[in-house]
Design a protein around this ligand. Sequence first.
Ligand code: PRP
Ligand code: URA
Length: 207
Amino acid sequence: MHTVVIQHPLAQCHLAAIRAVDTPSHQFRRHLNLLARMLFLEATRELTLQETTVQTPLAQTPGVILARPMVFVPILRAGLGMLDGILPLMPEATVAHVGIKRNEETALPQPYYANLPASLASAEVFLLDPMLATGGSACEGVRQLKAAGARKITMICVVSCPEGLAALDKAHPDVPVYTAAIDQGLNERSYIVPGLGDAGDRYFGTC
Ligand code: PRP
Ligand code: URA
């Protein structure tokens, strides 16, 4: 599996801010939005382009367009925090949704909602979730996307850990991961340490 850790100094500053326990929701939102945007820029660095010709007010000149349409798939809820940061960069993208909630006792993913477009096969698909902990939610999200026809999937997460990366690699070695950190590992409740706590609760102010 291809894993890229974004080391940009600004990304690392946003990461430190969302890790801090005393960062309030409104600041958490701002930093997560901006960090997601930076991760997305890195994840799209190698996108395939198609050559075209542009007519300026003065002359014709070569230009490019994206070769494939883009689909963003936030895993509900916390993935919405990444979508908010990324969508302004590519407002013409399609947004699909996958709802997955970890069982608090078992940490197993429980899918509860999906709304996926028919056009996934021809698209660049970006699965968005700030946390890759056990990897169960990401594996389930990728499984649903592949079952619906997606062929080119990239996972973007903010904080990952060895356990989650290994699980995703085992189930879906063809899915590259872009992340801002690979943390030490999981605690006894399957939370990432040092991590940032519960991303969805912190983003939506429900903690
Ligand atoms: C969190 C997070 C991921 C998942 C990661 O969501 O946003 O989706 O846990 O854990 P995993 O890798 O062990 O599956 P949660 O289930 O808490 O739902 P929420 O976003 O609605 O808070
Ligand atoms: N979900 C979160 O929001 N945080 C973790 O550390 C693990 C799962």
